[in-house]
Design a protein around this ligand. Structure first.
Ligand code: G4P
Length: 532
């Protein structure tokens, strides 16, 4: 068993792709699945999406707005690796979801549009990866079009993101002249030919050593001279590559290609799987939990209701951290303080949900959730003291009172709100003032209000109106002698309570918060819920 566990850990890779919308994440994901043999003709994910929503793009709203709202998990195999790709939404209003997903990843691939370079959302997501200290690989996409010079992009990464990069390969040409990539370690040129294919199938490659005579029949004199000049520049002026620096996200291994034409996808995937770490240990209150610990343990990083409208189910996504998960096993649920059965597991194999028998560290499984899981929950086999740390929670910045448009469907609205809050889509607060029964919802990005409205109507049959409130901060109050009744201050602050009954104050702006801190040194206003 120990050997089997070690083997399964060693062959796994779990990562997420981060990018600004339109950089080509959907396209690259599809191409990775193509090379992993999970789909046979690329384009099918998109075609399917057009017909009916695929797992990674399942909401009507996503279709209407052309954005990906939820994260999903795809597993495929490539060579002898089992690869878990965590999909994340690109839109900034859903970055909270992305942050949580990153807590389940061991590495990130930062996808950059060669013409646009580092964009705002790339920057935000990069920061989260940095905080987590995970390795960050860079894939410069859309080389089939004219973009910026590779050296300029390396420079931008350093200036804007503060990370140095090490090109593992180097593009030969750009736009219609993009011929291939040069592998610096192997000193081999991979030349691609897309004859007869428009990126639906694997591209034909020819690999030739740069030191051979043959290279002259593959590249023109000009191409070869330019490549040799570039390589010399890199060798003299660039960093040295070390695994140590790459493993902690200090140096980003960089690749070039075109997800659309498949040029450079295989060289990237090969090198990435060699360099990306196998599942890593995770911090717990008792110290790090190693993946090779024979006892199963994992944590919930995402909850998703109604993934399949036909089934009306709720799925808790759990990352396996250690040991082997076996279908139907029991595990200790730390927050509830009791053993639970981990029921109806499913895994997400290339956009299809399938039932699974077992799972290993690095894998993500979807557990049927009768309402017992919350984001951040820890589950461990035969142990009560395993508490994972580090699934981030974010303080909402936009607030609104929710009113049911149809008083007869108020119950449905409340049920929907409760479930969506457990998913982490919104946070719900109760007003404390007399007669104020309507709940207040808080979100991290304003677009989430639209999602809330849409989902309440379509999944729970509850039409709602949202009255926006002027607040921008929510703070839990810690301290004696807090009197919620006398704390409200028209327009500047309002006292509410969370679903555990803990008091919070909503503040209009920085000034209002500062004012309260100055006037009430006996109280603490904290942005994370105090532990119960
Ligand atoms: P996203 O998930 O990051 O938002 O990006 P997505 O893959 O949907 O790609 C955004 C657009 O960029 C798409 O074009 C896609 O075809 C294009 N694209 C992706 N990779 C490449 C590439 O390597 N080269 C070029 N030239 N284009 C690329 P679209 O016009 O919005 O959609 P479609 O008409 O292709 O479906």
């Amino acid at each position: 068993m120990a050997n089997e566990l070690e083997r399964e850990v060693a062959r796994r890779r779990t990562f997420a792709i981060i990018s600004h919308p339109d950089a080509g994440k959907t396209t690259l994901t599809e191409k990775l699945l193509l090379y992993g043999g999970a789909i046979h003709l690329a384009g099918s994910v998109k075609a399917k999406r057009a017909r009916r929503h695929a797992t990674s793009d399942w909401m009507e709203l996503e279709k209407e707005r052309g954005i990906s709202v939820t994260s999903s998990v795809l597993q495929f195999s490539y060579r002898d690796h089992a690869v878990n790709l965590l999909d994340t939404p690109g839109h900034q209003d859903f970055s909270e979801d992305t942050y949580r997903t990153l807590s389940a990843a061991d590495a990130a691939v930062m996808l950059i549009d060669a013409a646009k370079g580092v964009e705002p959302q790339t920057k935000k997501l990069f920061k989260v990866c940095r905080l987590r200290g995970i390795p960050i690989f860079t894939f410069v996409n859309k080389l089939d079009r004219y973009g910026r010079e590779p050296l300029e992009l390396m420079n931008e990464l350093e200036q804007v993101l503060g990370i140095r990069s090490y090109p593992m390969n180097w593009p030969i040409g750009m736009g219609p002249e993009f011929r291939g990539v040069y592998d610096r370690q192997a000193r081999v040129v991979h030349v691609f030919s897309a004859e007869g294919s428009h990126g639906e199938s694997e591209v034909t490659e020819r690999s030739v050593s740069i030191d051979s005579e043959e290279i002259k029949s593959v590249l023109t004199e000009t191409e070869l001279a330019k490549l040799q000049e570039d390589i010399e520049l890199l060798d003299i002026g660039g960093d040295e590559f070390t695994r140590e620096k790459s493993d902690v996200g200090q140096l980003s291994p960089m690749f070039f290609g075109s997800a659309m034409t498949n040029f450079g996808v295989r060289p990237f995937l090969d090198a990435f799987l060699d360099l990306a770490p196998a599942p890593t240990s995770r911090p717990t209150t008792q110290g790090p939990r190693e993946p090779t610990n024979p006892k199963f343990a994992g944590f919930v990083f995402k909850i998703q209701a109604n993934m399949d409208p036909a089934h009306r189910d709720r799925i808790a996504f759990m990352r396996v951290v250690s040991g082997r998960y076996v279908k139907g096993m029991n595990a200790f649920h730390s927050r509830l303080g009791k053993e639970v059965r981990l029921a109806k597991p499913s895994q997400f194999l290339a956009a299809e949900r399938t039932s699974i028998e077992d799972a290993w560290p690095g894998d993500v499984i979807g557990l049927f959730d009768p309402g017992q899981y919350r984001i951040g929950d820890s589950l461990a086999e035969g142990a009560q003291d395993v508490l994972f740390e580090g699934v981030p929670r974010f303080s909402p910045e936009f607030f609104a009172v929710v009113r049911s448009k149809d008083p007869l469907r108020r119950k449905q609205m409340e049920k929907g709100l409760e479930q969506l809050s457990e998913e982490g889509t919104v946070q719900i607060f109760q007003q404390l003032a007399m007669g104020m029964k309507d709940p207040i919802v808080g979100v991290v990005g304003a677009l989430q209000f639209e999602v809330l409205q849409y989902r309440l109507e379509h999944e729970y049959g509850a039409k709602i109106a949202l009255d926006r409130l002027p607040f921008s901060h929510a703070r839990w109050v810690v301290g004696q002698n807090f009197d919620p009744k006398s704390f409200d201050w028209e327009g500047n602050r309002q006292t509410v309570q969370d679903r555990d009954g803990l008091p919070l104050v909503l503040f209009r702006d920085d000034w209002a918060l500062q004012h309260a801190e100055d006037k009430h040194p006996e109280l603490k206003f904290v942005s994370e819920a105090p532990l119960l």
